[in-house]
Design a protein around this ligand. Structure first.
Ligand SMILES: Nc1ncnc2c1ncn2[C@@H]1O[C@H](COP(=O)(O)OP(=O)(O)OP(=O)(O)O)[C@@H](O)[C@H]1O
Length: 292
């Protein structure tokens, strides 16, 4: 699918006009959500580093099967917000989080939350591809083993499936023992997405997954993200407004005030609304390129 067809899809089809039946093969999207069903519910989330507030009182729902883009200028707290959704913020000793995040009704900051299960359910893909310095197949096998999948036949089947899902199988099937770091940047990023998919997550968090790639590799990863929607709930940070507009169903616009340097959510809604008829003048100025 080309960039043009992404555009056409959004401009000529409403989300409810997607086919109601589909065959879930590799790289085929599931149905878009006609009735938004919140899978993550964020309430009054504030985030502090060493006592300094970086993000102030964010409340928003993330809808199942949809792509939600987090947009806004540098330093407004997009990555911090994303990291709170699977508690990667725990890894920053100075970071404190107030408020609640419920994933399918479970408070992830609650005492009974199983962190390993949470991160299995909510995968993460980073800006810079982060393959392990191991072979291609061991990049997939290692997290599987850590999560209790030990039968070699299962590991092989999952490896092939997820590499097919990210469109990498035909490119690497004859060199699965080659170092992952010998792949191109775009291939490494697709391998990292495959590694996340191997654990069968419900939700994928992506922090500027295309920004370190050349335009062609970036287009391939963008197309992949688009095709994964429906099957997975995707939250993506992007500075590329055209990309957000092409692939996202919903957008959350964050802003940071000059003087206080505290990020906050200005507006959240359907992508078309945010980009074409935003409610807040700040959103209008940002998406038109007049500010930010
Ligand atoms: N580990 C950290 N320790 C201290 N301050 C941090 C840390 N991580 C982020 N911050 C601060 O929190 C604020 C929000 O940062 P964050 O990276 O979440 O913003 P962002 O919108 O993702 O920015 P960018 O688009 O540049 O990646 C910034 O002022 C940043 O300096």
């Amino acid at each position: 699918m080309t960039m043009e067809t992404h555009e056409i899809k959004h401009s000529t089809q409403s989300v409810c006009e997607q086919p109601s039946t589909y065959t879930l093969g590799p790289l085929q999207a599931g149905p878009y959500c006609c009735i938004p069903h919140p899978v993550i519910q964020v309430k009054a989330l504030s985030l502090f580093y060493g006592g300094k507030c970086a993000l102030d009182t964010v409340t928003l729902d993330i809808y199942r099967g949809c792509i939600t883009a987090l947009i806004g200028p540098s330093g407004c707290g997009k990555t911090s917000f994303l990291s709170a959704l699977n508690r990667l913020t725990d890894l920053v000793p100075s970071c404190r989080v107030d408020g609640t995040v419920h994933v399918e009704g479970e408070n992830i900051f609650g005492a009974h939350c199983n962190l390993q299960q949470l991160r299995k359910r909510i995968g993460m893909v980073f800006q810079k591809p982060t393959p392990f310095p191991l072979s291609i197949q061991r990049n997939i096998a290692l997290p599987l083993r850590e999560h209790g999948v030990t039968r070699q036949a299962d590991i092989q089947a999952i490896t092939e499936q997820v590499l097919r899902d990210v469109g990498l199988w035909d490119e690497v099937c004859d060199r699965l023992d080659a170092p992952a770091l010998s792949l191109s940047g775009g291939q490494q990023q697709r391998l990292c997405i495959a590694r996340a998919l191997a654990l069968n997550p419900q939700i994928l968090l992506m922090d500027e997954p295309c920004s370190a790639l050349d335009p062609i590799a970036s287009g391939v990863v963008e197309e992949l993200i688009n095709r994964l929607s429906g099957r997975y709930t995707i939250v993506i940070v992007t500075h590329n407004l055209a990309q957000a507009r092409r692939i996202a169903n919903y957008a959350a616009f964050f802003w940071v005030k000059e003087r206080e340097r505290i990020g906050h959510l200005v507006e959240f809604g359907r992508c078309q609304h945010i980009f074409e008829t935003p409610s807040d003048p700040l959103t209008a100025a940002y998406v038109s390129g007049a500010t930010g």
